[in-house]
Write a protein that binds this ligand. Structure first.
Ligand code: G1P
Ligand code: ZN
Length: 544
């Protein structure tokens, strides 16, 4: 066995963002770049000697090469066993499931989520802890601190492992097990949802659905679950073959990027149900026939109907949502008499609440929904949850959401993204809004009066850790909100996210287009932040 200790020098830019370290592929391909980061992860952990590590990714360009490096480094650093998905594939929620099921020490997930893939596109790496969830900030900060000092890494000199052959192999003293990427995850789904009832719905001849896997990781999972186990017709899964560049697409399930699916669901003879997932399978978009369900509404509807689903029939302990997510879920929580937690953006903030049994369902406005079944958001889980509800209620998606609004009122919601803004300009914009913070409360903008303005700070109710500067909130006396936040996942310049929300109790106005209903708030946001002037952009690049 030949373990090499390689001398290296730090890279200054290895700070993990909202969800791991994301850079362009050529950045990761620089000599020592990936190795430095992986060694920084290992150096920040304690007690992993002889333990199990889970490794897998979304199949994007550089996935296989990165996995070979990680396996050899895991061997040289003393892990006992690595479980790796066949072909190097594991969706993010499946990786979380495998970590939990095998009581692994942790996992390394290779993905840049919904960002495009290819030789000049994005790659990413993220460490998950033993609960199956993203490493909390204290771990990511330790990794970053280590990356700034690192001077050597350890790697085994050995031939590559065959990632396509199921079974066990030895890499030095390390056992590498290539596992079925789908089986554990599909089994978990079957334990939560009423597969018989969903099967009846799908084969009854009345109901038609399609799923767009966007040439990303969920293809094999969706085919196995929907077409093979649940009996949906072959072809239900569109773009089901994972490709290293996602077929040149942008694997983000929203109205802009999932255009194939949107065309079908808004076209003539549209099916009853459509869904899409992102690059690594943790996001979802839910569509009914000619109807879009906002992720914030989706969380609220799932919570309100959870008792119809076997895995949740005992009721929910609580609900958690990220701060910019609409307050629709809060209304459901109030009705159910359970707590609703408001956390900073990023799934890592849900981990403690889930572990402590304080929350059962979680969601983000960014097309993320999940529960305590794993510690990541889970795209196909959300699809199955919706199908289970549809199978029981025998109503359309649109009917279910509209009835929800009738009962709770509608939290009208939209997010405007300004992508690839010059970083300095974006920082100036945020600074300008920050400067106004003391003077905004009490200020009137037409019929709207500012009630509060703050930079969101979160104290974790479980471990007391504090996360500051999580986005500027401007709240109005009628309950409307505007939130300004800079993205922590981009790899090019800055992305400004503007989140808009108002509350509409009047059923007669529930049919309004959100952009019209929110027009006043959109103008006010521009007045406060001078978005058009500061970004030099006339309109957002993406509206969801
Ligand atoms: C974005 C989303 C956030 C999500 C993250 C990872 O982060 O806004 O909700 O958790 O991707 O999928 P952002 O780019 O806004 O930092
Ligand atoms: Zn993702």
């Amino acid at each position: 066995m030949n373990i090499r200790t390689v001398a290296t020098t730090p890279f200054a830019d290895q700070k993990p963002g909202t969800s791991g370290l994301r850079k362009k592929v050529p950045v990761f391909q620089q000599p020592h770049y990936l190795e430095n980061f992986v060694q920084s992860i290992f150096d920040s952990l304690e007690g992993y000697q002889g333990e199990t590590l889970v490794v897998g990714g979304d199949g994007r360009y550089y996935n296989r090469q990165a996995i070979q490096i990680i396996l050899k480094m895991a061997a040289a650093n003393g892990f006992g066993r690595v479980l790796v998905g066949q072909g190097g594939i594991l969706s993010t929620p499946a990786a979380s499931c495998v970590i939990r099921k095998n009581q692994a020490f942790g996992g390394i997930v290779l993905s840049a989520s919904h960002n495009p893939g290819g030789p000049n596109e994005d790659f990413g790496i993220k460490y998950n802890i033993s609960n199956g969830g993203p490493a909390p900030e204290k771990v990511t900060e330790a990794i970053f601190a280590r990356s700034k000092k690192i001077d050597q890494y350890r790697i085994l000199e050995a031939a590559d492992v065959d990632l396509d052959q199921l079974g066990s192999a030895k890499l030095g003293d390390l056992t590498v097990e290539v596992i079925d990427a789908v089986a554990d995850y599909a089994g978990l789904m079957e334990s939560l949802f009423d597969f018989d009832r969903i099967h009846q719905l799908l084969v009854g001849g009345q109901f038609r659905m399609c799923i767009d896997s966007m040439h990303a990781v969920t293809g094999p999972y969706a085919r196995a679950i929907f077409e093979q186990r649940l009996g949906a017709p072959t072809g239900t899964v569109l773009n089901g073959i994972p490709l290293e560049d996602f077929g040149g697409g942008h694997p983000d399930p929203n109205l802009v990027y999932a255009h194939d699916l949107v065309q079908i669901l808004f076209g003539s003879n549209a099916p009853d149900f459509g869904a899409a997932s992102d690059g690594d399978g943790d996001r979802n978009m839910i569509l009914g026939s000619k109807f879009f369900v906002t992720p914030s509404d989706s969380l609220a509807v799932l919570a309100a109907n959870a008792k119809l689903v076997p895995g949740y029939k005992a009721g929910l302990a609580g609900i958690a949502r990220s701060m910019p997510t609409s307050q629709a879920a809060d209304r459901v929580a109030a009705k159910l008499g359970i707590d609703c937690y408001e956390t900073p953006t990023g799934w890592k903030f849900f981990g403690n609440l889930l572990d402590a049994g304080k929350a059962t369902l979680c969601g983000e406005e960014s097309f993320g929904t999940g529960s305590d079944h794993v510690r990541e958001k889970d795209g196909l889980w959300a699809v199955l949850f919706w199908l289970n509800i549809l199978a029981v209620r025998q109503e359309s998606v649109k009917q279910i959401v509209q009835e929800h609004w009738q009962q709770y009122g509608r939290n009208v919601y939209s997010r405007h993204d300004y992508e690839a803004v010059d970083s300095d300009r974006a920082a100036t914009l945020i600074k300008q809004v920050n400067n106004q913070m003391p003077t905004l409360p009490g200020k009137k903008f037409g019929a709207y009066e500012v009630e509060y303005c703050d930079d969101f700070s979160y104290t974790d109710p479980v471990d007391g850790s504090i996360s500051k500067n999580q986005g500027i909130r401007v709240g109005f006396t009628d309950g409307s909100r505007i939130v300004f936040r800079l993205s922590g996942t981009g790899t090019q310049g800055a992305t400004l996210r503007l989140y808009l929300e108002s509350y509409e109790p009047n059923v007669a106005k529930h049919g309004l287009d959100p952009q019209d209903a929110l027009a006043d708030l959109i103008t006010i946001a521009d007045e406060i932040a001078q978005i058009r002037e500061s970004t030099g952009m006339d309109r957002p690049t993406v509206i969801t």
